[in-house]
Design a protein around this ligand. Structure first.
Ligand SMILES: Cc1cc2nc3c(=O)[nH]c(=O)nc-3n(C[C@H](O)[C@H](O)[C@H](O)COP(=O)(O)OP(=O)(O)OC[C@H]3O[C@@H](n4cnc5c(N)ncnc54)[C@H](O)[C@@H]3O)c2cc1C
Length: 441
């Protein structure tokens, strides 16, 4: 069945698909002559959730809640259930996600397949740490329960496995207890990158969550200036119930003049100077703290029809910044930056997935409006710094890294490849591995 073709969040690249809507009565994968790829809510930015010219399995229809034990916080649900739906149902009962990315409009299947991380990586690691088990439907019709005790290597291959090892149909996840929907949060002005590292160190043991927003166009002594944000769940009980707020609609793509450089520069400067003093402490609901961008529906349309790239890398932390300083200098000199420039230190715990992105170091995520060759040239230069430092790029955010770079960034690739389901493929996989899709017999 061909429907209007789903896109990725950055709207790059364009792709067309035959789409198969899945539902809870799914007994086996639809017969397809070409390869298939599961698709959740399309919150990946590049082409890891696309399968151009081939088939997408729209997994959002796997939306059944199977069981929830409010004594233990163990939830079993189908893989198309979103993190937003989980929070709506469990947080009023005192249970919260152990790890959540910067948007709640992500499915459980998508969160596992990219082994997503959140503001508490230094404490909690990636999403997989809360996954107890899942069921994987393979193209041979088999359904395999995967956990740390059963089919352990397939478990590790599917975590961060980019949807290539089969369809996750359901998962069991462990939630964590909360006594309030509020977060004790603090925003602190950073004058430069040194302030960032000092605050990150100070915060490791005192705060569960932290992240920094940077003025991507600041330079010289102000390089790395911005706002450091940290928080903890409120410890004394308050009313756990809350009401959903309506999201602001972005009804269509913005015109190309909307994101001109002077506008972005003014935004960066204003945001970086929004704090009246040097610190602001408050108690706020968890929604604005974790998901400030979710306030607007489909905000990606603000980047216009040409779309945008997100660049997320991790590089080792060295001396006074080392590679991350070099990267920020290049971006600042290029004059290309956007609203979203996020910096965070990852913790040391090794990720469980064979292809999981996180590793010890500093991670930077930036959005770049698509200005064609100018933007591509900047990112190629950044790749060189990442590569020379022994860092890596995040496939969930990527639409253009070179295959040879991906293979260098992925030390467990040879262990992973035997677990790929022969009927599954993606645009990202073909681009980075130059292997033709395998056709289902
Ligand atoms: C505003 C915003 C903020 C974000 N912040 C973060 C962040 O802080 N940290 C972070 O790590 N990521 C972040 N992301 C990226 C996002 O969390 C991931 O890309 C996530 O995997 C998207 O999930 P999805 O349900 O939309 O899946 P999709 O994007 O549709 O698919 C992602 C991958 O999952 C696979 N997949 C989907 N469903 C299944 C299934 N049932 N079985 C097997 N494979 C499946 C797909 O094949 C694909 O490879 C952010 C994205 C946005 C838009």
């Amino acid at each position: 069945m061909r429907t209007s073709s789903p896109t990725s969040w950055g709207n790059i690249p364009k792709a067309s698909h035959s789409c198969h809507k899945l539902n809870s009565r799914l007994a086996e994968l639809p017969a397809a002559e070409k390869s298939v790829l599961p698709y959740g809510l399309g919150r990946s930015y590049g082409d890891s959730c696309l399968n151009d010219g081939e088939n997408l399995l729209l997994a959002r229809g796997l939306d059944h809640w199977i069981s929830f034990d409010s004594e233990t916080g163990i939830l079993q649900c189908e893989a198309g259930v979103s993190l937003a739906e989980i929070l709506e149902k469990t947080s009023p009962r005192g249970w919260f996600l152990s790890v959540t990315p910067g948007t709640r409009f992500v499915t459980v299947g998508g969160a596992i397949a990219n082994d997503v991380h959140g503001k508490n990586h230094h404490r909690a690691g990636c999403f997989s740490t809360c996954v107890l088990d899942f069921e994987l439907l393979r193209s041979d019709g088999s359904r395999q329960t995967c956990s740390r005790n059963e089919n352990e290597t397939l478990f590790r291959a599917t975590i961060g496995g980019l949807g290539l090892t089969g369809l996750i149909t359901r998962a069991t996840i462990q939630l964590k207890p909360i006594v309030s929907p509020l977060i004790e949060s603090e925003q602190i002005r950073m004058r430069n990158l040194d302030d960032f590292f000092a605050l990150a160190d100070e915060t490791q043991d005192t705060h569960e969550y932290c992240v920094a927003w940077l003025d991507g166009l600041a330079s010289g002594n102000a390089l790395g200036s911005g706002i450091f944000i940290r928080g903890n769940h409120v410890g004394e009980p308050t009313d756990l119930t809350w009401k959903k707020k309506t999201m602001l609609p972005v009804p269509c793509h913005a015109p190309s003049w909307f994101l001109r450089k002077p506008f972005i520069k003014a935004f960066n400067f204003t945001y970086a100077h929004k704090l009246r003093g040097d610190r602001h402490q408050t108690r706020e609901h968890f929604l604005p703290f974790f998901y400030p961008l979710d306030v607007a529906d489909r905000w990606n349309r603000l980047y216009g029809k040409k779309g945008f790239f997100q660049y997320q890398c991790v590089v080792p932390r060295e001396g006074d910044g080392g590679p991350i300083r070099e990267i920020l200098e290049h971006i600042s000199q290029s004059g290309q930056a956007s609203f979203l420039n996020v910096l965070k230190v990852f913790g040391d715990q090794p990720a469980e997935g064979l292809l999981s992105f996180t590793r010890p170091g500093v991670t930077l995520a930036m959005d770049f409006p698509n200005r064609g060759p100018e933007t591509l040239a900047l990112m190629t230069r950044l790749d060189e710094i990442v590569m020379a430092s022994g860092g890596a790029l995040y496939p969930a955010k990527d639409a253009r890294m070179r295959g040879e770079d991906f293979r260098t960034f992925t030390p467990n690739l040879n262990q992973f490849i035997p677990h790929i389901d022969p009927a599954f493929s993606s645009s990202f996989w073909r681009r980075c591995n130059s292997t033709p899709p395998v056709v289902k017999p």
